[in-house]
Design a protein around this ligand. Structure first.
Ligand SMILES: Cc1cc2nc3c(=O)[nH]c(=O)nc-3n(C[C@H](O)[C@H](O)[C@H](O)COP(=O)(O)O)c2cc1C
Length: 214
């Protein structure tokens, strides 16, 4: 039915340029600048401001998915997931990842690249038990990224776990990662496609700031 389907989206054009990125106001530490932009996103209640596209590379093939940023800790970005998931397996073989935020209302894109490490068991435990019981049960019921026969099977497992709520424990394969960045790009939409792109690169423990052509 969709053979030879052709649709053009050339007519979609968005003009940017609400705000400019002022270089002189950028701090030496990109995490500080990131948290400044993040606070602005939260203040304006941007939808899913903490949703970031996480890309991993396995055997030279990239794959992407959304995860939620849950904390900034000691200059790293923390997210939670299942270590046995596809992303978990890919990270185990290659800890180099990138994350991407796109906040359309603020005309901002942030690209961050770095290496991920598992967070401590204690940290994973603290976060796991802070989640609603239903989320804890779902985390246990779901063998994330594994094929399943049908949804009923999953729901049955979930309900069974919830019924025995007293014995819910964090599975060892559920935890989190911290992304230790070595590259940031802050993109601010500009008028007539003359966007601002400022990057921070880590060399010899120092962050170097440069401007890129849009
Ligand atoms: C808005 C949004 C937030 C999500 N947050 C998370 C998250 O924090 N952790 C997580 O493991 N998956 C999260 N997911 C689901 C992932 O995108 C993905 O489907 C899942 O982690 C399995 O990915 P994988 O098979 O590549 O490992 C989220 C999805 C969306 C759309």
């Amino acid at each position: 039915m969709y053979q030879n389907m052709a649709k053009s989206y050339h007519h979609i054009r968005q003009n940017y340029g609400k705000v400019a990125l002022v270089e002189s106001e950028m701090p030496d530490n990109p995490i500080l600048f990131f948290s400044q932009w993040f606070d602005e996103a939260l203040k304006d209640q941007l939808p899913d401001a903490n949703a970031m596209v996480l890309s991993t590379v396995y055997q030279n093939k990239p794959s992407s998915r959304v995860v939620l940023l849950k904390a900034i800790e000691q200059n790293s970005l923390v997210f939670f997931t299942n270590y046995n998931s596809r992303k978990g397996r890919e990270i185990a073989s290659n800890p180099q990842v990138s994350v991407l935020f796109f906040w359309t209302q603020h005309e901002r894109q942030i690209r961050i690249e770095g290496r991920v490490e598992k967070i401590s068991e204690e940290y994973a435990e603290d976060y796991f038990i802070s989640r609603p019981l239903e989320s804890q049960a779902a985390a246990i019921a779901s063998n994330q990224s594994e094929k399943i026969n049908n949804k009923a099977e999953l729901i049955q497992r979930y309900e069974h776990i919830l019924m025995e709520a007293d014995s819910i424990k964090r599975p060892v394969h559920w935890g989190g990662y911290q992304l230790i960045p070595h590259y940031f790009e802050f993109w601010q939409g500009g008028a007539n496609r003359l966007h601002d792109r400022m990057i921070y690169e880590l060399t010899d423990q120092n962050w170097q700031i440069s401007r890129l052509s849009p």
